[in-house]
Design a protein around this ligand. Structure first.
Ligand code: HEM
Length: 401
């Protein structure tokens, strides 16, 4: 007969293989994030006709680096570095010309006018004109901190998301390789206990299915231009991104409704209690060598944390998402930029958290998936992970939280 450790050893091997793959992906993300390609590319084809690709020749790349530095300075507060800077750009580098002094003079003039306008830029944050259109925000002619936003979006958010998602998944895979799948220590009793009603499960899977679609399309919108556009070509990528954006917005509706229903059904059982301190101190009894699992009611502390992350995350995504769907309806430019950064940042962190949730609900813990799929669990599983809930249920008493 197979022992518990035989039954579970395959999971440790799978964990080690997954950890290796994730370490490679994380390493690649880290490498890319420190790469020299992080340039602010012109959006109007300054270097090569109508295209905005990273230039392949060294001189053009150098010109872009200079241009990036120049733009970064304009968005920074503090004294201008212009006086100290010796522009080191060659005429050829500036876009095909060979007039070295001409290009250098151009850079010098950029730096000069930056200096002249510095006070105005720094004080106002914006350069504003007067417009006769009803759309007030069109009066903003230039917004230097827009470059800070673009830098944050293209670097911190894009690479930070990869690091958080791959890094957290790597930790889970290492945990699986080290600890193995959390077993039902006493083995299955064969006796089943009802855990979630049909309505609770239907709502969970509608919410989960919507979230998966929202997450995949969100990743497509954020990373597609770097990973898919070069493979598919701009035309096909554009159609995919458009469909993706619609799926992203449409499935936000069942997701938000699903989370709201979870709040109504489960908030009472997710309040803090003294048991949480004990649970956290013993890390839920998940570490090898732990003596049993700490007592818990219907939801243990780990699950309460997931619940609150989902609820608060959904609120943040809803508010910022609506702001992005109706641009400038109640936010000005800075507000729009903030909304975009918060939306992307919270979305990426939520994806990492849900990967952790999916892990523990499937491969990470023996016997857990049945709870949400069939609606019932083995009595020994319930005894180990939700002892008070089981005792109250079997004693027929009313649960509190
Ligand atoms: C897509 C794959 C998913 C799987 C396999 C999965 C699995 C599970 C399982 C097995 C449970 C019950 C745990 C128990 O018996 O105590 C559960 C509960 C729960 N799920 Fe999921 N889930 C998934 C996705 C999601 C998503 C996307 C969300 C929300 C964005 C979510 C939110 C919750 C919440 C709030 C609970 C109750 C608290 C908890 O058990 O952590 N789930 N899930």
């Amino acid at each position: 007969m197979k022992t518990t450790s035989d039954r579970l050893s395959g999971y440790r091997i799978a964990g080690a293989v997954a950890a290796l793959l994730l370490a490679i992906l994380l390493g690649w993300t880290l490498y890319e994030s420190t790469g020299t390609e992080q340039l602010v590319l012109p959006t109007n084809g300054v270097l090569h006709g109508a295209r905005d690709d990273v230039p392949s020749d060294a001189a053009a790349a150098e010109a872009l680096r200079e241009r990036t530095a120049l733009q970064a300075w304009r968005g920074e507060a503090g004294p201008s570095p212009a006086a100290a800077a010796e522009p080191a750009v060659t005429g050829q580098a500036m876009g095909g010309g060979t007039d070295e002094t001409g290009a250098a003079a151009l850079v010098a003039s950029w730096l000069g006018s930056r200096d002249e306008n510095w006070e105005m830029i720094r004080e106002r944050g914006f350069l504003e004109g007067r417009v006769t259109q009803p759309a007030e925000f069109l009066s903003v002619l230039e917004q230097p901190q827009g470059r800070t936003w673009r830098g944050l979006h293209n670097e911190e958010i894009v690479f930070g998301g990869g690091i958080v998602i791959f890094g957290f998944s790597l930790l889970l895979a290492l945990f699986l390789a080290w600890r193995g799948r959390v077993p039902v220590e006493e083995g299955f009793s064969g006796e089943r206990v009802q855990r979630f009603s049909g309505f609770e499960r239907a709502n969970h899977w509608v919410t989960a299915g919507s979230f998966v679609l929202i997450a995949l399309t969100g990743l497509l919108l954020l990373y597609g231009q770097y990973l898919l556009k070069p493979l598919l070509g701009a035309g096909i990528y554009h159609s995919w991104a458009l469909v993706g954006a619609w799926i992203h917005m449409i499935f936000a509706v069942p997701f938000v409704i699903g989370v709201a229903v979870m709040v109504v059904m489960w908030i009472r059982q997710n309040g803090p209690s003294k048991l949480d301190v004990e649970w956290l101190k013993r890390f839920g009894g998940f570490l090898p060598g732990s003596e049993g699992h700490p007592p818990a009611r219907r939801f243990n502390t780990g699950q309460k944390l997931i619940f609150w992350a989902v609820v608060l995350g959904a609120i943040a995504l809803l508010v910022t998402g609506l702001s992005l769907m109706f641009p400038f309806f109640w936010l000005e430019i800075t507000g729009m930029q903030l909304a975009q950064l918060i939306h992307a940042g919270v979305g990426l962190v939520m994806i990492a958290i849900i990967i952790g949730h999916i892990y523990i609900g499937t491969v990470g813990m023996e016997g857990a998936f049945d709870a949400m799929w069939r609606g019932d669990v083995d009595r020994n599983w319930a005894k180990e992970h939700h002892s008070i809930w089981l005792a109250e249920k079997q004693g027929g008493r009313r649960q509190t939280h």
